[in-house]
Design a protein around this ligand. Structure first.
Ligand code: SF4
Ligand code: SF4
Length: 191
């Protein structure tokens, strides 16, 4: 029998494993207002991603953090679906900044070197910019999905290539790479 999907609060097999998880998130940049969430659902109603990826539900994500479902939240691949559009931030009546809470939780996941397409995408994105000063789409896609993930996309990559939408395989580094690396180093030191 298939196991429960990550992020399914109602599942009887998902148990709180860290009652202080909310405090951990509260202590990170972006998580400061977590405790004031009233679960009104305005954020989810505003979220364009939820319509495409029903597994990602920002209100429920906040509820799961408060419930102490640490492993359930951090291992949930849907966590990486947020597009950082900030519609939820603009509309939250309690100024919780839900999109920033997603970033705070992702920060924890990356700090723990979690695996999966989402964390790999974040790491490949930064490394691509560090190496060439800009995003190398082909490399980021391959490192995120790996060959097995690309094959699971079926004919989509071939159709994109046919329509001239395939990313370039070679990208010339920008002249400003040293400055960009210095900026990244400074940002990582301050993180
Ligand atoms: S809109 Fe704000 S208060 Fe309402 S559920 Fe979302 S985060 Fe909580
Ligand atoms: S910032 Fe993320 S969670 Fe908020 S509305 Fe946009 S996609 Fe949804």
């Amino acid at each position: 029998m298939a196991g429960p999907k990550a992020g399914t609060v109602a599942s009887s097999t998902v148990r709180p494993d860290s009652p202080t998880f909310w405090k951990e998130v509260l202590g990170l940049p972006g998580g400061e207002a977590l405790a004031t969430c009233i679960q009104c659902n305005t954020c989810t109603s505003s979220c364009p991603v939820e319509a495409l990826e029903p597994e990602f539900n920002i209100r429920r994500l906040i509820a799961r953090i408060k419930l102490g479902l640490r492993e359930d939240v951090l291992s949930d691949e849907a966590l990486w679906a947020c597009a950082r559009c900030f519609a939820c931030v603009a509309r939250c009546p309690k100024h919780v900044r839900p999109g920033d809470i997603v970033e705070a939780v992702r920060h924890i996941a990356l700090g723990e070197e979690r695996e999966g397409p989402g964390p790999r995408h974040a790491r490949a994105f930064v490394e691509s910019i560090r190496d060439g000063g800009r995003i190398h789409e082909a490399r980021v896609t391959l490192e995120s999905l790996r060959l097995a993930g690309l094959l699971r996309e079926g004919w989509l990559p071939a159709r994109m290539a046919w329509r001239g939408k395939a990313p370039r395989l070679r990208r010339r580094p920008l002249k400003s790479v040293p400055e960009i690396r210095a900026l990244l180093d400074a940002a990582e030191e301050g993180a």
